[in-house]
Design a binder for this molecule. Structure first.
Ligand code: HMG
Ligand code: MG
Length: 298
């Protein structure tokens, strides 16, 4: 059965923009985040406190957070890989942070310069201090279907990492097909391995759309009871540590699907598409959203 409502988690300003080679000015990021919140999104991931040597585009996250108009009821989470990142997040007054793990050792090494076990040794004090300070902590898992360096990833490996994130106190675990290769049968096998350990009402799905399978995977996940979907306005993005991977599934496309299914989200498609069109114009390319392009040509 399909959920009656879905929480859309907008990751464009972080997952989308982190991969842009040219620096995007803080003012443009701020306008994007505010426009997304105005469109009705209740979660707008707004940056990350990671090493600026690793991801230079996110180096101005503190400035961005200082400039946005925080709307009541809207959450503006940021990624933090370690205590240093968490301390920066505290200074910026965030209410939610996300820690990010991988289901494959090679990706953990490339993305965070450590093994999966080492990453959990870092996350444990981050989660503990964040929770003690009253923040909410979300957990991400990369490579839930396949790894760009190792190939297919076993569902049991994903389940183990999900269980570890939940044990640290993550209220939700977002399952990321980082390189966008999965098809519904693989996604369902993965969800069926994870759900006995972390219940489906604590799971989110996070699809990159490299092979055009994201909407099919989302529909399959909704039918399994998942009710939280990550997406990126205008399909922005890619991953700096997953060569060739495209952006996340476009938020406008996800919203069109959900609207068509009668699933409520609280998001306005015209305002969302307008926000996507503005950032695409800034980046000098057409929107990566099929729905946004169709709406613009009407
Ligand atoms: P490291 O080099 O092993 O760290 O990187 P280190 O502790 O040895 O520190 C090295 C330098 O980085 C030092 O500076 C630190 O101060 C600095 P130096 O003394 O050389 O001048 N540093 C920091 N600076 C600012 N903020 C920090 C921070 N930490 C250290 N928090 C580290 C390890 C984890 C820091 C690094 O690998 C890193 O920053 N990785 C982040 C990679 C990243 O952001 N990837 C993208 C996000 S994940 C993703 O996109 C996937 C997802 O969307 C789901 C999916 O699709 O799969 C979530
Ligand atoms: Mg991602």
């Amino acid at each position: 059965m399909l959920p009656k409502s879905v929480r859309m988690v907008e990751v464009g300003p972080r997952d989308g923009l982190q991969n842009e080679a040219q620096p995007v000015p803080a003012a443009v990021k701020i306008a994007l985040i505010d426009a997304l919140a105005d469109a009705g999104l209740a979660v707008v991931e707004s940056g990350s406190f990671v090493s600026p040597k690793w991801v230079p585009q996110m180096a101005d996250t503190a400035m961005v957070l200082a400039g946005i108009q925080r709307r009541p009821g809207v959450s503006y989470p940021v990624l933090v890989p370690n205590i240093k990142g968490l301390e920066e997040a505290f200074k910026s007054g965030v209410e939610e942070v996300a820690i990010f793990a991988a289901a494959s050792e090679s990706f953990a090494q490339r993305n965070t310069n450590c093994s999966i076990d080492e990453s959990f040794a870092r996350f444990a004090p981050v989660a503990e201090r964040a929770l003690a300070a009253g923040l909410r902590v979300r957990g991400y898992i990369s490579c839930v279907v396949a790894c760009p360096y190792e190939g297919p990833v076993a569902p049991a490996d994903v389940a183990m990492v999900a269980d570890r994130l939940a044990a640290l106190g993550c209220y939700e675990v977002s399952l990321g097909d980082t390189i966008g290769v999965g098809t519904p049968a693989q996604v369902l096998a993965m969800l069926d391995a994870v759900a006995p350990l972390v219940p489906v009402d604590r799971l989110a799905v996070h699809f990159h759309d490299t092979y055009g399978q994201a909407l099919a995977n989302i529909l399959a996940s909704l039918e399994r009871g998942v009710a939280v979907v990550d997406s990126s306005v205008a399909g922005l993005g890619g991953c700096p540590y997953a060569k060739g991977a495209t952006g996340n599934v476009a938020s406008e496309d996800v919203l069109y699907l959900l609207n068509g299914l009668g699933i409520s989200t609280g998001v306005d498609i015209d305002r969302l598409a307008a926000a996507g069109d503005r950032i695409s114009a800034h980046l000098g390319r057409p929107s990566g959203s099929r729905v946004a392009r169709a709406l613009a040509s009407k």
